[in-house]
Write a protein that binds this ligand. Structure first.
Ligand SMILES: [Zn+2]
Length: 554
């Protein structure tokens, strides 16, 4: 009897091993993704009990407890040694800026008014930060882009100077797609890039000249964030340079500065749009200061994995942010809980479905699949930035990142939107999987807004890891093309970052989300059975970063 059992189990074991000689099978595991269980996770994460999932609050405790429990129940291995958590040390900086900025030219003195004319913040944690009689220099767009042979800082020493730069990039409005991708925003056009570049150059401070159209929003959006407490990564003990201040100046105030400096606005700005532009010293100096309060705390990324059967040291990383805005200003109905159902209880619930699908596969993946639910996306993509700077799995061993931030709440769509089309080979994987089920991929409807730089995958891209980010399609099965675009515009005006972003059965239909998740599952699964490495496409601003540390592939 015993012997018989032994032989039987040996046969069963061999059978299992044979099955595990894995290869990509499109159907394997997909049935595990269901509308019912997706809805169940979403309802829980978006419920008032989770208090809007704000980092450092009881809402964080509940959320990370729920995710750890689900990761364990689904049979996921812990992703950070023996832990499912990665600590993310952060600092909350509250700045109070002096009410004015004094400006001195050769002939006279005048002041700019804080909030009305400019807004500034600091990332330095010293109790006070000041600039005194510091020179201004106009540095065009403040861009250093080797792939466009463009360097606004060429031959310029900006130590002890404040740089004044234009918003967006030289491609915007140029009607030339070969110049910084025309109207499609490149990372060089994002304000975050300009602040980072100014710090890299050692500038004492930076002011971006605001302009409604190329910025994509009014100066009031900048003013609304004035004096707010902001979260940053805690970088104590790291040798990083931050400018004394970063900020924005309104266009009327910038024109006044140019006038006082005796610099012609129109011709100088138009020269800055052309290659070979040389920075212009403004012969003006400024004085202002900031008082800082810093508060340190820790938030958490949640991380789990399925170890690969054949190439366990090669990684596919799915990411999604678990956090939202917490409890805040009441809306017109008196609701104070920012549930963030779509943003991003939905992506988090989607990740749990993907885990279930991978665990239900008959064939264990060859490569390791990592599931990373990050914190503090809403405050500035900090959980993913921390992971990218302190990776658990080396970047040169990380094949790809697939990010989810909001899943489709509108029912079945024929298409799925690729955000940042033309960036990497991953969109070809998605395209193939979409075609295989009679669907198609489409470019994002609003490429000017730079959405590729506005969710967590971007921090993977910045360190060179090819990253895929999709959005809900717009071609609705029953209601046709562009119906989805209408719904998305409605979402932005009625629900985005408001207490009304709630799970509502009358408004939501998750059938399309389940289909999108199956696509993202199949893209990751395909990669998990391959030996090849997807690349950045030619012209991507992340290609050179990847190639600097990867062995040459032929
Ligand atoms: Zn989000």
């Amino acid at each position: 009897m015993k012997r018989y059992l032994f032989i039987m189990s040996l046969i069963a074991l061999l059978g299992a091993c044979a099955k595990k000689e894995g290869k990509f099978d499109r159907a394997d595991g997909t049935a595990a993704i269901t509308v019912a269980s997706l809805e169940n996770h979403l309802k829980i994460l978006a419920s008032d009990a989770f208090m809007g999932r704000m980092p450092f609050t009881e809402g964080e405790q509940k959320t990370i407890a729920y995710l750890q429990e689900q990761f364990k129940n689904l049979g996921l291995e812990s992703g950070n040694g023996s832990s499912y958590l990665q600590e993310v040390p952060m600092v909350e900086i509250t700045t109070t800026a002096a009410p004015v900025m004094e400006v001195k030219s050769a002939k006279k003195k005048f002041t700019l008014e804080g909030l009305k004319d400019y807004v500034i913040w600091t990332q330095r944690t010293d109790p006070t930060t000041e600039v005194k009689d510091t020179e201004l220099v106009f540095a065009g767009f403040g861009i250093v882009a080797p792939e466009y042979n463009w360097n606004d800082y060429e031959g310029l020493d900006v130590k002890d100077k404040v740089v004044v730069v234009l918003v967006n990039d030289p491609g915007f409005g140029a009607e030339d797609v070969s110049l910084f991708k025309g109207n499609t925003m490149t990372y060089y056009g994002r304000w975050t890039y300009k602040f980072e570049e100014a710090a890299r150059q050692g500038a004492r401070g930076i002011l971006i000249i605001h302009d409604d159209v190329p910025a994509g929003y009014g100066f009031w959006v900048v003013q609304n964030s004035w004096n707010a407490s902001k979260l940053y990564l805690d970088t104590r003990g790291k040798d990083l340079y931050f400018s004394a201040f970063t900020g924005w100046v309104s266009q009327p105030a910038a024109k006044k500065l140019f006038e006082e400096a005796g610099i012609d606005w129109a011709s100088t700005v138009s020269a800055a749009r052309k290659p070979g532009f040389k920075a212009v010293p403004m012969k003006l100096s400024i004085t202002t200061s900031l008082v800082v309060k810093a508060k340190y705390d820790k938030s958490h990324n949640v991380i789990g994995k399925i170890t690969g059967a054949k190439q366990p040291d090669e990684y596919i990383i799915y990411s999604t942010h678990w956090d939202h805005l917490g409890i805040g200003k009441p809306d017109e109905k008196g609701d104070t809980i920012y549930n963030g159902a779509l943003d991003n209880a939905s992506g988090t619930a989607g990740m749990l479905e993907l885990i279930k699908a991978f665990k239900n596969m008959e064939n264990k993946p060859n490569r390791t699949v990592v599931f990373l639910a990050v914190t503090a996306e809403e405050q500035g993509l900090y959980g993913s930035e921390y992971y990218a700077q302190n990776p658990v799995y080396p970047r040169e061993k990380t094949v790809a990142n697939i990010n989810m931030d909001g899943i489709n709440p509108y029912g079945r769509m024929k298409d799925i939107v690729v955000v940042g089309i033309g960036q990497s080979d991953l969109e070809d994987y998605l395209d193939a999987e979409a075609k295989a089920v009679g669907r198609y991929t489409s470019p994002e409807p609003n490429p000017v807004a730079g959405y590729y730089f506005r969710s967590d995958h971007f921090n993977f891209a910045k360190v060179g890891i090819p990253a895929l980010y999709t959005n809900t399609g717009i071609d609705h099965h029953e209601k046709g093309a562009d119906y989805g675009k209408q719904l998305q515009d409605e979402y932005v005006s009625k629900y985005y970052h408001k207490p009304s972003d709630e799970y509502d059965t009358s408004r939501w239909n998750l059938e399309g989300a389940a289909e999108d998740l199956q696509l993202l599952f199949n893209v990751g699964k395909k990669l998990a059975f391959e030996t090849s490495w997807p690349q950045w496409k030619k012209g991507s601003e992340f290609k050179s970063t990847r190639e600097q540390y990867m062995p040459k592939v032929n």
